[in-house]
Design a protein around this ligand. Structure first.
Ligand code: ATP
Length: 293
């Protein structure tokens, strides 16, 4: 990990149209704020890719460009080779998206919520009931399917949102902070269900998270994002070992293997504290508390 991260990500982004997601030179600004600033990103088919970073790094903005919910003012975004700016509907049909904000209706049952998504995503009418039941079963909500969502726990709401995203059988599942605000058992439950569906279908997963331990455990590769760009990329083990080797060479590290958070701090340097950011995400935790309340 001693090479310039920008070179490395640029090289990977050039990997080709077979990628599940390719962002090349993606820029998105809000007024003076360059939320995404020349993002180079390549997600390979079938992998779980974690986009990590502190508040304001640009993760949600990048994801919203990939899902076509925000325009792509500069650069290109492709999903399985389809251009997000030119072929929005084709891209939307390929993906399932679980946003940070609540996407389930508390006044409907679990089954009604998932059925609504099945209709929106044009699941054929005669397959709909079976596909809804299958999606609910995949996240272990069969028994609770006919209860109102406002009786669900936070973990169940998250699993319901997962079922909503899965009912269209997407090739790419995008999750924005899927486990924020959940207790450790509920977090594990959400990941177990994501992994089970992925193993059964081979779908690609792109996830943002503040939880470095989760990224370490569940992501095949991670991109550490800071100020609108990927600053380091690799498997969690590669990133940790790379920093460990650098520290040993410099004589600055002890024997302990660095954590992913250590890697991030090494990559982002002093700019991390100055820009807001820590990984303990107060704002997002509050947002989630509102979501399920
Ligand atoms: N709709 C908006 N209007 C103005 N500025 C915005 C808007 N959305 C995001 N920003 C700004 O763009 C930058 C990137 O925000 P973004 O939400 O993409 O970051 P993030 O990495 O997802 O952070 P968080 O973890 O807090 O969600 C921040 O400075 C944010 O304040």
């Amino acid at each position: 990990m001693t090479e310039d991260p920008a070179d490395r990500t640029a090289g990977d982004a050039a990997a080709g149209p077979a990628d599940a997601v390719t962002c090349a030179g993606l820029v998105h600004t809000f007024g003076e704020t360059r939320a995404v600033d020349g993002l180079e990103l390549s997600v390979r088919p079938g992998e779980v890719f974690g986009l990590l970073g502190p508040n304001g790094a640009g993760k949600t903005t990048a994801i919203r460009c990939i899902t076509t919910l925000l325009p792509v003012p500069a650069g290109t975004v492709r999903v399985f080779g389809r251009d997000a700016a030119q072929e929005r509907m084709a891209v939307r049909r390929l993906l399932g998206y679980v946003p940070q904000q609540l996407s389930a209706d508390a006044a409907l049952t679990g089954r009604e919520n998932v059925t609504l998504f099945a209709r929106v995503f044009d699941v054929p009418r005669r397959e709909r009931a079976a596909r809804v039941a299958q999606a609910l079963a995949a996240v272990d909500l069969t028994e609770a399917a006919d209860r109102l969502a406002n009786t669900y726990s936070g973990g169940m709401v998250r699993r319901l949102e997962l079922a909503q995203a899965l009912v269209s059988a997407p090739r790419l599942l995008i999750l924005d902070e899927p486990t924020i605000g959940l207790d450790p058992i509920a977090r594990t439950g959400v990941w177990d269900h994501i992994n089970a569906v992925r193993a059964a279908t081979g779908m690609t997963v792109l996830v943002t998270t503040h939880y470095m331990d989760e990224a370490d455990q569940y992501c095949d590769r991670v991109g550490l994002m800071h100020r609108g760009r990927i600053r380091a990329l690799g498997t969690p083990a590669e990133l940790r070992q790379g920093l460990g080797e650098r520290r040993r060479a410099e004589g600055t590290g002890g024997d302990a293997l660095p954590t992913l958070e250590d890697v991030f701090r090494a990559v982002a340097g002093s700019g991390l504290d100055e820009s807001s950011g820590d990984f303990r995400d107060v704002r997002s935790t509050r947002r989630t508390a509102h979501r399920v309340g």
